[in-house]
Design a binder for this molecule. Structure first.
Ligand code: APR
Length: 309
């Protein structure tokens, strides 16, 4: 069987960390693309040598040429600038929109059957841009944000209850921004909703920490934004697609009427498989949850309108 091919556009912190996870797992060949000359080639060489220690048969190459990404099964887009302290994800909008539009045009022709995962922030808007600039069917484009936000909420819930984080299953809706909507009613520990395990005011504090989860790391790092958990989240999504896992994961998906929203990428639970977003799961929201979701989607829609896409 031919090995799968994953191209990663942007060989910076998130891109290179994702490449490392793929190479270590040996589940696909990896192409690392960047505009900086030599850097992706150097990281690819380093990773190739690590593969011999990991006993991984993955081929890892670095390039500044889009032709090398041709025939990809999955393309991860992390190209752009990362957040600096005091910057919101939305401050990145215009710079990253220019970069990501160029990426969309660069990758589309060579990999017509690929599934694209947008990671660059503001991620929901970048997913929309990639959808528009590649001309791909909407179910073949999605954004990474929900898996990361859910991981952050799960971590804080696990610390609060002193349980293994893997036992916590978090649900988060909405845009991958400050108005994301963690859903305590649907977040469970071994099937028990956290609303039955943690007092309301404490849950609210965990929700707030999750909303500021990215900024908390930015303010500690001072020179960039998170990348270990973003790479782990991206890896999980890539794997679900490559292996046609039909795995329910939160992702920014193009809505066509679900949750009363049309024509917008926004975070919802979805089934990910070889076809990309194979199904969107519609949860029954109460009034307060729906209001928060609509507000969060409105923030994404505002950014999309700013860019006029
Ligand atoms: N094409 C390809 N790569 C590009 C382009 C371009 N036009 N412009 C910039 N890049 C590359 C940079 O050279 C850099 O190597 O994108 C990479 C970004 O890497 P980092 O600066 O290390 O940023 P990172 O922490 O990986 O975050 C990338 O993901 O989580 C989001 O908010 C984050 O938008 C940011 C993105």
């Amino acid at each position: 069987m031919k090995r799968k091919k994953v191209s990663i556009i942007g060989a910076g912190h998130v891109g290179a960390s994702t490449a490392q996870l793929l190479a270590l797992a040996g589940i696909s060949d990896v192409v690392l693309f960047d505009v900086v000359e030599g850097m992706p080639q150097g990281k690819a060489l380093d990773l190739s040598q690590a593969c011999s220690i990991w006993n991984s048969a993955a081929s890892v190459i670095g390039t500044n040429n889009y032709a090398d990404t041709a025939g990809s099964d999955v393309i991860v887009v992390t190209a752009g600038i990362a957040r600096k302290p005091g910057m919101s994800r939305d401050d990145l909008l215009r710079t990253n929109a220019g970069i990501v539009s160029a990426v969309g045009r660069g990758i589309a022709g060579g990999s017509p059957d690929a599934v694209i995962i947008a990671v660059t922030n503001p991620m929901d808007v970048m997913a929309h841009l990639l959808y528009k600039t590649t001309g791909f069917a909407h179910h073949r484009v999605m954004g990474m944000g929900g898996v990361l936000d859910a991981a952050r909420f799960s971590t804080f819930v696990a610390w609060e209850l002193n349980v293994s984080p893997g036992a916590v299953n978090s649900v988060i809706l909405g845009g991958h921004g400050d108005q994301m909507v963690p859903m305590p009613r649907f977040t469970t520990v071994n099937g028990v909703p956290v609303t039955k395990l943690i007092p309301e005011d404490k849950i609210e504090a965990l929700v707030e920490r999750t909303r500021g989860g990215g900024a908390e790391i930015v303010s500690l790092l001072k020179t960039g934004s998170a990348y270990y958990a973003p790479a782990a989240a991206t890896f999980q999504m890539v794997k679900a697609i490559l292996f046609d896992e039909k795995r329910p994961l939160p992702a920014a998906c193009y809505l066509t009427g679900q949750y009363g929203i049309e024509g917008l990428f926004v975070g919802v639970p979805a089934i990910l498989g070889a076809g990309g977003v194979e199904r969107i799961i519609e949860l029954k929201l109460d009034d307060k949850e729906r209001e928060a979701f609509v507000k969060s989607a409105g923030a994404v829609s505002g950014l999309v309108k700013t860019l006029d896409i």
